[in-house]
Design a binder for this molecule. Structure first.
Ligand code: ADP
Ligand code: ADP
Length: 225
């Protein structure tokens, strides 16, 4: 678990400022949703946290260490994307194990972590299948499994459910909530969908045109007088 702090974070592409002076903190174990319309700067924010995008000015730190000072492998962040890009020729087990193999974990440790994640995600019977032999929801769970096995301090989610049909999206929202209750890993989730934001977030950051317009609980933000 980790605390993520934004201090006067600004992003410019050329002369265009797309993120303006964002100041906020995300607590240990909190599920925060960054919500706003397309083009408002959500992905840019997430990518800056992941260290995939340079921060023009200000700092983002994780447990007191600025992200840009850390090597990618030392960032302890795992990111789940919209197109979850499983390796098609690898089994579910190897898809989940891949990142650990790269990091030279022992075979025993890899097996233990993959088995544990598979249990958590109800993928136990599917470990020898290839991605094409899975449903959309199962594939999305494998993508999450690949992140969970690394035991990161922070999970980043970039609209991970937007390619799923409506029914599956609702189911996966519940699964994500339950997963977060069990793991309590600090999670930052980007979406343009207000319903998704309300059902998932402990706290919401509403972005509009690169400004953090509102920050608060779903009740504080969406309650109408
Ligand atoms: P969102 O994720 O909310 O849809 P983005 O973070 O992708 O928004 O984009 C925020 C703004 O920054 C948009 O106006 C977009 O056109 C612009 N933008 C994003 N990436 C680049 C880039 N690499 N170069 C120039 N402008 C960019
Ligand atoms: P990490 O565990 O650090 O997230 P990944 O396992 O996601 O690392 O690999 C990083 C990137 O390398 C992937 O996004 C993918 O594009 C590429 N890659 C590495 N090995 C393969 C492979 N065998 N097949 C397809 N893509 C691969």
């Amino acid at each position: 678990m980790a605390r993520v702090v934004f201090e006067k974070v600004t992003k410019r592409y050329g002369d265009t400022e797309v993120i303006h002076n964002i100041d906020t903190a995300i607590d240990n174990g909190e599920f925060t949703v960054i919500v706003g319309p397309s083009g408002c700067g959500k992905s840019t924010l997430l990518r800056m946290i992941a260290g995939l995008e340079e921060i023009t000015s200000g700092t983002i730190s994780i447990d007191g260490r600025a992200v840009n000072d850390l090597e990618p492998k030392d960032r302890d962040i795992a990111m789940v994307f919209q197109n979850y890009a499983l390796y098609p020729h690898m089994t579910v087990f190897n898809n989940m194990a891949y990142g650990l193999k790269l990091r030279k974990f022992s075979r025993e440790e890899i097996k233990a972590r993959v088995d544990q994640a598979a249990k958590l995600l109800q993928l136990e019977g599917l470990l020898q299948r290839k991605p094409r032999q899975l449903s959309g929801g199962q594939r999305q769970r494998v993508a999450m499994g690949r992140c969970i096995v690394r035991e990161p301090k922070v999970f980043l989610f970039d609209e991970p459910l937007s390619n799923l049909d409506a029914k599956l999206r609702v189911q996966m929202r519940l699964e994500l909530r339950n997963l977060h209750k069990r793991l309590r890993v600090t999670s930052i989730y980007v979406t343009h969908d207000q319903v998704e934001a309300m059902t998932l977030g402990d706290r919401l950051i509403v972005i509009n045109g690169g400004y953090a317009e509102q920050i608060g609980s779903p009740l504080e933000i969406y309650e109408r007088p």
